[in-house]
Design a protein around this ligand. Structure first.
Ligand SMILES: NC(=O)c1ccc[n+]([C@@H]2O[C@H](COP(=O)([O-])OP(=O)(O)OC[C@H]3O[C@@H](n4cnc5c(N)ncnc54)[C@H](O)[C@@H]3O)[C@@H](O)[C@H]2O)c1
Length: 340
């Protein structure tokens, strides 16, 4: 297939795109390259990279495309809350517009990078949320993901097949690395401080998903028979963990495999969003079986850190990077550029 991956130069995209190429697909990446494109170095001679904002694309960029995997946008709560208007413009409006463009140009399969954070509550509870659980998230990031889902699903008909993948929080190593995702952050803190700090007692639930299992999920969603995925919403996760369980798993792994001793600093105060979700629908519909465990990825990330990573580089933290870019915006404007 000819596959268009928006946001393909990001954390997930840099693992996904080479796998799609390996599987025999032709890949076009559209990305405004906020984090550059070095993360795609292993396959950049075999793909097309279009450095463009999704708000500016038209029919030309969709020419000859059979399927779209739409990853582009602001990808966490802090960046969405930093500029809610830009978040709405990219994560909701431009996403729905992408769906309309796809439909107008005969691109039937459209897989959307949604998020399990849509189910968040402010007080942790143990209930598993299934895909039909009524949701009405208010936080800008989750709200925009939900609004985009509603807009895309409303376009569904015989000529347009939208598929929503509500992913859990991703963990694992990528050529374009993020250390602002909980397992990755804990591994970095273990390395740098030998101490993991948790607020609200770490009681919050999080569905977690290894980056390479996310890659498999996307591949399945573009290759699956249409009748199995048409207008479907799927939760995609390895398993649910409370944040304290994640910290304990990181500690157990590093003690057992690397002989590292870690302190857990459990702060009783603080509020954090919590969500626990059911992943059985994706398994039952497409046979999705997560292959990678958290411990393995902690080992891999640790080994990478030992080889020397500048963990203070703001490019590894989406909100810090965005703040820096915005600080530079005045200078950029003087040079004729813009961030949003
Ligand atoms: N990482 C997670 O834990 C997670 C979990 C659930 C859902 N998601 C969703 O998956 C997607 C990818 O996440 P990620 O972790 O790879 O994020 P990321 O921030 O590493 O990558 C996002 C990519 O999109 C590009 N981009 C941003 N705005 C754009 C625009 N307007 N036009 C063109 N390109 C643009 C950026 O340059 C970047 O390369 C996001 O939509 C995110 O919301 C991520």
């Amino acid at each position: 297939m000819n596959v268009l991956v928006t946001g393909g130069a990001g954390y997930i995209g840099c693992r996904l795109v080479p796998k799609l190429v390996e599987a025999g697909h032709h890949v076009r990446v559209i990305d405004k390259l906020v984090f550059g494109k070095e993360g795609l170095a292993e396959c950049d001679d075999r793909i097309e990279i279009v450095g463009k904002d999704i708000r500016e694309i038209g029919a030309a960029e969709l020419q000859d495309i059979d399927a779209i995997i739409h990853l582009a946008g602001l990808s966490n709560d802090p960046t969405a809350e930093y500029n809610p208007a830009a978040n709405k413009a990219m994560n909701m409006d431009a996403t729905i517009r992408m769906g309309e463009l796809a439909k107008e140009n005969g691109v039937k399969r459209f897989v959307f990078a949604s998020s399990c954070s849509i189910y968040y509550t402010l007080t942790p509870d143990d209930q598993y949320r299934t895909e039909d659980y009524p949701v009405d998230p208010q936080a800008p990031y989750s709200w925009s993901k939900r609004q985009a889902e509603i807009g895309l699903l409303a376009l569904a008909d015989a000529s347009f097949c939208p598929v929503m993948l509500r992913k859990g929080t991703i963990f694992g190593q990528s050529p374009r690395m993020r250390y602002d995702l909980v397992v990755n952050t804990f591994t970095r803190d273990a390395y740098a401080k030998r101490r993991l700090s948790l607020h609200a007692g770490g009681r919050m639930w999080r569905p977690m998903l290894h980056i390479d299992d996310a890659v498999t999920a996307y591949q399945m969603a573009i290759e699956a028979p249409e009748k199995k995925v048409h207008s479907q919403v799927f939760n995609v996760l390895t398993d649910n963990f409370q944040v304290v369980q994640i910290a304990q798993e990181v500690r157990r792994t590093l003690e057992g495999h690397k002989g590292i001793r870690l302190d857990l600093d459990l702060q009783p105060v603080g509020v954090s969003r919590s969500y626990r979700v059911a992943g059985s629908k994706f398994h039952e519909t497409l046979g999705f079986e997560p292959q990678f465990q958290m411990g393995q990825s902690v080992d891999t990330m640790w080994d990478k850190l030992e080889h020397g990573v500048d963990i203070e580089n703001p490019i590894y933290y989406n909100i810090r990077w965005l703040e820096l870019l915005c600080d530079m915006e005045t200078r950029l404007q003087a040079m004729g550029g813009k961030v949003f």
